[in-house]
Ligand binder design. Structure first.
Ligand code: NAP
Length: 370
């Protein structure tokens, strides 16, 4: 990226939990400049500061306070090279498809296109190689597209666990099986989210659709792109990956930060020791760090030695929530190794992942910036 050059971007769902994190991060971004903010017809026509119920710990950035919120239609975003989406999943499918058809590059947080065999599901520290499917996705649209595409990032609980899994696979080869139990923050349900009478003094051992998402998304991310008999490339979740995943998801009375207890079994025998695992996690340096993404943290995985870390209240904002924390790495008497991972669900679990994906796409020339 040329020094001093900027790129106009838009945010769909700008008033929501993820949208507010986008606004906070993009307002301080060295390349991206907010050009348009979209939300529902309830918010459209109002200045951003009047439309939003701002829940961030820093004030609304002054540059967006008076920006008028618009409806989520492509004509309002025609000057944007990149559109970030934090839309409610009930509406994201049709709106994001319309933006792609208008030849806009969409980076989405919603679940709607994650299963599409021609849409990459990218965790920026794990599988940026999956951007390779974009020309295929563009060629399959009618008419074929030159600039428009959809890239999704993963569910917040999937993102946190896939980062250490990627580091471990790079160091020690395939992981055969994983058991994961999550303790997920309330903000993961958006605003106003879980009623206070359901979550205070309580744990809810069910989050609709979450366990299935964690189980299949992990395979798509760690898996590969396969070419069918017709020569069309598509994601095949089992093309490379033999991993079996069992997930148990719980909502807990924490505001931000998903904590996950993970046990893994490696294909290789003997498996690595806990110390080898700690060293591999701490040394993990994904491409996002080396190619110059401005939002990449100095350490992608922060490994804690203390017996009682990571903890959401203490560790969720480290490096602005762009890294994950891993601790309690130890032997598992059933599988091989167990550990605890903490990821900030609104940052690396959502907006930060989208922004990093867009940074990678700009650096690789996948986004057309004129
Ligand atoms: N929260 C997390 O930690 C997290 C993590 C990863 C992924 N996600 C995903 O990210 C997406 C957003 O989540 P969230 O937690 O930010 O939700 P949220 O707080 O409920 O925000 C939803 C946004 O969608 C907008 N919207 C609703 N109906 C609309 C319509 N008909 N047309 C246009 N805009 C509409 C809302 O605008 P108004 O204010 O005008 O209603 C708001 O800006 C969801 O798909 C979610 O699954 C969330």
């Amino acid at each position: 990226m040329q020094e001093g050059r900027t790129i106009k971007v838009g945010v769909l769902g700008a008033t929501g939990t993820v949208g507010q994190r986008f606004i906070t991060l993009l307002s301080a971004h060295p390349w991206f400049v907010i050009d348009a903010l979209g939300a529902s017809s309830r918010s459209a026509g109002k200045p951003y500061a009047k439309a939003v119920k701002w829940k961030q710990s820093t004030p609304i950035p002054s540059a967006v306070r008076e920006v008028g919120v618009v409806e989520c239609v492509p004509e309002h975003f025609k000057d944007c090279a990149i559109v970030f989406s934090g839309l409610d999943a009930d509406v994201a499918g049709d709106i994001e498809a319309a933006f792609r058809s208008a030849d806009l590059a969409v980076f989405s947080n919603s679940k709607n296109f994650r299963k599409d065999p021609h849409v990459p599901l990218i965790v920026p520290y794990a599988n940026p190689a999956h951007f390779a499917i974009i020309p295929q996705q563009q060629a399959l649209q009618s008419p074929p597209l030159k600039k428009g595409f959809i890239v999704t990032n993963a569910n917040c609980s999937t993102t946190a666990v896939v980062i250490p899994l990627t580091a471990l696979e790079r160091a020690f080869g395939p992981i055969e099986s994983m058991l994961v139990t999550t303790m997920q923050a309330i903000s993961g349900a958006g605003y106003p989210g879980v009623p206070s009478l359901d979550i205070l003094d309580n744990i809810v051992p069910y989050i609709g659709g979450e366990e299935e998402k964690l189980e299949w998304e992990t395979l798509k991310i760690l898996g590969g792109i396969a070419e069918g008999d017709d020569g069309v490339k598509a994601f095949d979740m089992h093309a490379r990956h033999p991993l079996r995943v069992s997930a148990s998801c719980n909502r807990v009375p924490v505001i931000d930060g998903h904590t996950e207890c993970v046990s893994v079994r490696f294909a290789r025998r003997p498996p690595p020791s806990p110390q080898q695992v700690r060293e591999a996690l701490a040394a993990f340096t994904p491409d996002a760090q080396t190619i110059g993404c401005p939002s990449a943290p100095r350490h992608t995985i922060v490994v804690h030695e203390e017996a009682d870390r990571p903890q959401p209240r203490l560790d969720r904002y480290y490096q602005d929530g762009a890294s994950v924390s891993v601790g309690r790495v130890r032997q598992c008497p059933v599988l091989d190794i167990k550990f605890v991972v903490l990821g900030n669900n609104v940052s690396i679990g959502a907006a930060t992942s989208s922004i990093l994906n867009a940074e990678i796409a700009v650096l690789k020339g996948i986004v057309v910036t004129k």
